[in-house]
Design a protein around this ligand. Structure first.
Ligand SMILES: Nc1ncnc2c1ncn2[C@@H]1O[C@H](COP(=O)(O)OP(=O)(O)OP(=O)(O)O)[C@@H](O)[C@H]1O
Ligand SMILES: [Mg+2]
Length: 268
């Protein structure tokens, strides 16, 4: 079976003081190859935990997870991760960062050079390949991170707030780039974001998670990612359904936050 299958995943963190946190409870999800899923939810609802379990960095307390029909038991090259920021190798130039995966896999330069140059072109950094990481802007660094992930040719790209640290304009350009890469490469993508607009623009599927315990609250199937491949993202945002769904989700998350605050106040 191709794609990702998450079957009743639960995750409990046992703390040194004897208490525990139920970070995820009974989360099930099937993602077909080539789908783009965005994940939203209040802080602490288990988004990063879920992504870390899919990446194989964490083993769930219970439940099963399969990738292309094989059980996930640890990290693997078919699942690539793009972090929020700061995950580049500062001591390497741009091209060495992007070619890191193929080089670590023992591939000769002639086998990866063309692909790496193509990826640098796609993310608009051909003229920057000899630059050091510290010479790049935040947006450029995230484009290097995307190209580095793609150089490993993963089936699934996992992104935890990849655009969260960028200014509004750069973020918008990066959103278009993510959509373009998704359509061109046909990769499966899971993207965590705190921005409802971003989740709507990029997710053909959108998951709203709820906290305590972390679980799936609501799932949407949306037309905006497909529209955004062809249209300007600003035009997509003017779609009446876009505004309506954004308000619905904002209200949903607002209510969850209120509930958390209320609970915290009464337990103090
Ligand atoms: N290693 C850990 N040890 C103990 N508790 C943890 C650990 N990792 C996460 N948690 C707890 O699990 C819950 C979910 O955390 P997680 O980081 O997945 O949330 P999140 O949805 O990504 O939040 P945010 O939006 O703030 O990034 C939180 O209550 C957190 O405190
Ligand atoms: Mg997180």
């Amino acid at each position: 079976m191709s794609g990702l299958s998450i079957d009743r995943i639960s995750m409990r963190f046992d703390l040194p003081n004897g208490s525990s946190v139920q970070a995820l409870k009974d989360v099930s999800l099937d993602l077909a190859a080539g789908e783009l899923l965005s994940v939203l939810g209040p802080s602490g609802c288990g988004k990063t935990t879920l992504l870390n379990i899919v990446a194989g960095f964490l083993a769930p307390t219970s439940g099963k997870i399969q990738m292309n029909g094989h059980a996930v038991t640890g990290p693997g090259a078919e699942r690539g991760m793009v972090f929020q920021q700061g995950a580049l190798f500062e001591w390497m130039d741009v091209r060495d960062n992007v070619s890191f995966g193929p080089r670590m896999a023992g591939k000769r330069e002639r086998h990866w050079a063309e692909h790496v140059d193509h990826l640098l072109d796609v993310v608009g950094l051909r003229d920057f390949k000899a630059k050091a990481v510290y010479e790049l802007s935040g947006g450029m660094q995230q484009r290097v991170a995307l190209a580095r992930c793609l150089a490993n040719d993963p089936d699934v790209i996992l992104m935890d707030e990849p655009l969260g640290a960028l200014d509004a304009l750069t973020r918008e350009k990066m959103q278009s780039l993510v959509l373009k890469l998704w359509k061109e490469t046909g990769k499966t993508v899971i993207l965590i974001t705190h921005s409802v607009e971003e989740a709507l623009l990029l997710g053909e599927r959108l998951l709203v998670m709820a906290p305590r315990p972390g679980r799936i609250h609501r799932e949407y199937r949306l037309p905006f990612a497909d529209l955004g491949v062809a249209e300007d993202l600003r035009a997509v945002k003017k779609h009446p359904d876009f505004a309506r769904t954004r308000e619905e989700i904002l209200g949903m998350i607002w209510d969850m936050e209120e509930e958390i605050m209320g609970r915290t106040e009464t337990t103090q």
